[in-house]
Design a protein around this ligand. Structure first.
Ligand code: ZN
Ligand code: ZN
Length: 162
């Protein structure tokens, strides 16, 4: 059961993610050849339009991987891809790189609060939630699963190495 705070946090439109340290640079973004990643992004844009699926912005649209975490069996599974603007994307990954928000935190706090319609305190609660996850997840070696994208990943890598 989620406690009240967690269920409140998880209802945020723009949430942050913490990737276990042993899986950094293991995502599709890093594994796929550059041109395969770019064509994946183009395919999503063709299908869903050049628009951030979180805040609706039409500036600097990037592809973001959605992961599900099994923190009991230590498995990270890819569940989908979404198009996000560069600002939302940076906020999503703030939890992994402290320097991002130390460098210009007011900027990210502002974007986070605007998109979520929340106050600044919620931003810092979210940062704390991520720090907590970091402590938990970095103690273990997580396995990665590409879910329904598994064949796609293998295909892209095979095509590239041909
Ligand atoms: Zn956005
Ligand atoms: Zn991302």
């Amino acid at each position: 059961m989620l406690n009240r705070r967690e269920s409140f946090i998880s209802s945020l439109k723009l949430e942050m993610v913490y990737i276990p340290k042993n899986l950094w640079k293991q995502s599709l973004f890093y594994l796929l050849p550059r041109n395969a990643w770019r064509s994946l992004r183009r395919e999503y844009i063709r299908q869903y339009g050049y628009e951030c699926e979180i805040c609706g912005s039409r500036r600097r649209i990037q592809l973001h991987e959605l992961w599900e975490f099994d923190d009991k069996r230590y498995i990270q599974t890819l569940t989908g891809l979404i198009l996000v603007c560069w600002k939302c994307h940076r906020v999503i990954h703030l939890g992994g790189k402290e320097r991002y928000y130390r460098e210009c935190d007011a900027f990210w706090v502002k974007h986070f609060c605007k998109v979520n319609g929340c106050r600044e305190v919620t931003f810092w609660q979210e940062i704390n939630r991520l720090r907590h996850l970091k402590r938990l997840r970095d103690k273990h070696k997580y396995k990665i699963r590409f879910g329904e994208f598994k064949e796609r990943v293998e295909e892209c890598i095979a095509v590239q190495s041909r």
